[in-house]
Design a protein around this ligand. Structure first.
Ligand code: MN
Length: 240
């Protein structure tokens, strides 16, 4: 029985091909797994568990079927869907994970993160993140009517893509010191994260010990997932 990791599907009504690929992944791969971890940016946007759409309802149905079958489902917030709440998770049978979370995987202490908190070179984003992740700001935002939340989300998305278009590529990648500190602080030898859309397995040395940073891929055209096979891990992609 395997453990699977995915992130950055950015599910959205404008990309039915990604939703289809995800449902196929559930039916053919995840259904046979022990657990499925979704490490953030599962949805392109999330304005509250009370929002509904054909896409959200279809995803709810599919996730319920997966967890009813006995697969453990874990969801971590990304920078797009950080308002996913306990109500949605309870409804689909998922557990909401803190960022970071530590698990034991293939015999190693493994740190799970979305990855945006490691992009410390992007100071403008880090400030923005501080505001959005403030519980008081979130409580306040969730009290607003759905239409108003939709407008705020649209505005924030536009502001963020405008800001990002002026940033150097390097700034939006993780900071090496932030990665090392996170691994050392939590006593882990492996980090799995998404967010940067730069899938790769980076070999590191931390305290003279080998360590690894595994970056999951986004689903813009390919299914990307990490799976364990006994003691080793495999990062896989299939175009759709
Ligand atoms: Mn992200």
């Amino acid at each position: 029985m395997t453990t699977l990791f995915i992130s950055d599907l950015h599910l959205d009504e404008t990309r039915p091909d990604i939703t289809r690929a995800f449902f196929e992944f559930l039916h053919h791969t995840a259904i046979n797994a022990k657990s499925l971890y979704i490490l953030g940016d599962f949805f392109e946007g999330w304005i509250g568990d009370d929002d509904s759409s054909a896409l959200i309802e279809a995803v709810r149905t599919e996730l319920r079927a997966l967890t009813k079958h006995g697969v453990s489902l874990y969801i971590m917030h990304g920078n797009r869907d950080f308002l996913i709440g306990d109500a949605f998770c309870a409804d689909v049978g998922a557990t909401l994970l803190q960022d970071p979370t530590i698990i034991s995987l293939a015999g190693e202490q493994t740190l799970l993160m979305h990855g945006d908190s490691l992009c410390t070179d992007d100071q403008e984003y880090m400030q923005f993140r501080k505001m959005l992740r403030n519980p008081a700001w979130q409580q306040d935002a969730l009290k607003k009517p759905l239409e108003e939340r939709r407008a705020i989300a649209k505005h924030l998305r536009m502001a963020s893509s405008e800001a990002n278009s002026n940033k150097a590529e390097d700034i939006m990648d993780v900071n090496a010191d932030a990665v090392n500190s996170a691994l050392m602080e939590h006593g882990c030898t492996r980090l799995i994260h998404g967010h940067t859309h730069r899938p790769y397995r980076h070999q590191l040395t931390i305290n003279q010990q080998p360590a690894e940073r595994i970056v999951l891929g986004d689903w813009d055209g390919s299914v990307w997932y990490l799976t364990d096979e006994g003691e080793s891990l495999s990062l896989r992609s299939t175009p759709f």
